[in-house]
Write a protein that binds this ligand. Structure first.
Ligand code: FE2
Length: 205
C-alpha cells in the first residue's frame, strides 16, 4: 500500500497572478511530497494496518488507528489528503459560481454564495497559526464552515470536506508576505466550483 499526491492538472505558473509559480512549485513538489514520503514510511513500518484502506478511510476512522502511530498518521496523512483536496479545487479556468443542488443548499444554509464565501474567508483569515478553512457536509448532512489547525481533517469528526483553503504561511508567504487576507481574497478567482460540486454530489449520493 502506498499513498501519493495528485497529478496537478495545471502548470505551476497557471495560477498566477493569484498564486505565484514558485509558491505552487515548492508547495506541491516539496511540502506535499514530504508529507507523502513521511506517510509512506509509516505505512512501510505498519503495512498490515493500511492494507486495502484509502487515505480517506484511514482519516475517517481515527479511533481505529493504533495509538503508537495515531498522531503521525493524522499529521502526515492529513498533510497528504488536505493538500490533494486543496490543489484539486484550484484551476486557472475555474467555474466561479456553484450551480444545482449545491447552490440551492448554499442559499438555504447561508443566504447566498457571497455570504458563504465571506464566512469561509473569515474563518481562514482569522485562524490563529497554521491550518485550513473548510466547507464541509457535517455529520448531520448540513453544510458548515469550519477551521482546523495544522493538518487536522474534518473526516476525523464525521464531516465530509468539499472545499478547503490552506492558510499555512508556505501557501502564500512568498507573494503575500504577512497579508493572509489578500491571499484569501484572491484565491476565490481560482477556486473551481465544478470540482466542489462533484464532491458535494458524491457525498450527498
Ligand atoms: Fe500547505
Amino acid at each position: 500500500m502506498k499513498y501519493d499526491k495528485i497529478s496537478l492538472p495545471y502548470k505551476f505558473s497557471d495560477l498566477e497572478p493569484h498564486i505565484d509559480a514558485e509558491t505552487v512549485n515548492i508547495h506541491y513538489s516539496k511540502h506535499l511530497q514530504t508529507y507523502v514520503n513521511n506517510l509512506n514510511t509509516i505505512v512501510e513500518n505498519n503495512p498490515s494496518f493500511f492494507v486495502g484502506k484509502t487515505l480517506e478511510e484511514v482519516l475517517s476512522d481515527v479511533n481505529n488507528i493504533p495509538e503508537e502511530i495515531k498522531l503521525p498518521v493524522i499529521n502526515q496523512g492529513g498533510g497528504v489528503f488536505n493538500h490533494n483536496l486543496y490543489f484539486s479545487i484550484l484551476s486557472p479556468t475555474a467555474k466561479l459560481l456553484p450551480e444545482g443542488e449545491l447552490l440551492k443548499d448554499i442559499n438555504d444554509t447561508f443566504g447566498s454564495v457571497d455570504k458563504l464565501k465571506e464566512q469561509i474567508s473569515n474563518a481562514s483569515i482569522g485562524h490563529f497559526g497554521s491550518g485550513y478553512g473548510w466547507l464541509v457536509i457535517n455529520k448531520y448532512g448540513v453544510l458548515q464552515v469550519m477551521r482546523m489547525s495544522n493538518q487536522d481533517n474534518p473526516l476525523s469528526i464525521g464531516a465530509k470536506p468539499i472545499l478547503t483553503i490552506d492558510v499555512w504561511e508556505h501557501a502564500y508567504y512568498l507573494k503575500y508576505k504577512n497579508v493572509r487576507a489578500d491571499y484569501v481574497k484572491n484565491i476565490w478567482n481560482i477556486i473551481d466550483w465544478s470540482v466542489v460540486e462533484k464532491l458535494y454530489n458524491k457525498y450527498k449520493a
